[in-house]
Design a protein around this ligand. Structure first.
Ligand code: ZN
Length: 180
């Protein structure tokens, strides 16, 4: 009888279609943020970032300090578990906004929360004017503290200007009055 045979072949075809997802070695197709534990570098203060982001941050921090600004890091790299806890706290209304686990660049070691206060503080103003020179930029409109290392997509300013388009301060030493 051809009918049962046809049913069997239909069943076989179905199994073949599903098999790649069922075979023991197959990885489920899920977008997951890789944990770069080997690539992490600890910053002064204990938070860490991915090696390239950490190096850029330290250069930025040194430049800031030369102008009297200290960049304190509140949060750098986060494990998936840490991100999940923050997200749950946010969902319960107990903490600040936090991205869903897997959606945060903190899990990639590329995002850094810097203690800036609000947008009027010298620290924030300095970052707004200088972070792009080091490959960092602000990515979340509601979070002035959250900066991400995105060197490829962060546009460098025109020569002689800062990240806000203002002329860079002259590097020449100020002339001191010698009239007395
Ligand atoms: Zn953040």
């Amino acid at each position: 009888m051809p009918f049962p045979r046809l049913r069997w072949s239909l069943l076989l075809a179905l199994v073949c279609l599903l098999a790649p997802g069922l075979s023991p070695g197959a990885q489920p197709k899920r977008k997951r943020v890789k944990t770069p534990s080997k690539q992490l570098v600890t910053l002064p203060g204990g938070e860490s970032l991915r090696r390239d982001a950490a190096a850029a941050f330290l250069r930025m921090s040194t430049a800031a300090r030369a102008e009297g600004i200290r960049l304190w890091v509140n949060s750098g790299y986060r494990t998936r578990r840490q991100q999940r806890l923050l997200y749950e706290r946010y969902r319960m209304g107990l903490g600040p906004q936090a991205a869903r686990p897997g959606r945060s660049n903190h899990q990639r070691g590329l995002a850094v929360d810097i203690v800036v206060g609000d947008e009027d503080t010298p620290t924030y103003q300095w970052l707004a004017a200088n972070a792009c020179l080091h490959g960092f930029r602000r990515t979340v409109p509601s979070e002035p503290w959250h900066w991400e290392y995105r060197p490829r997509s962060t546009r460098a300013p025109a020569p002689g200007t800062d990240c806000l388009g203002q002329p860079l301060p002259s590097k020449e030493p100020e002339q001191t009055a010698s009239s007395s």
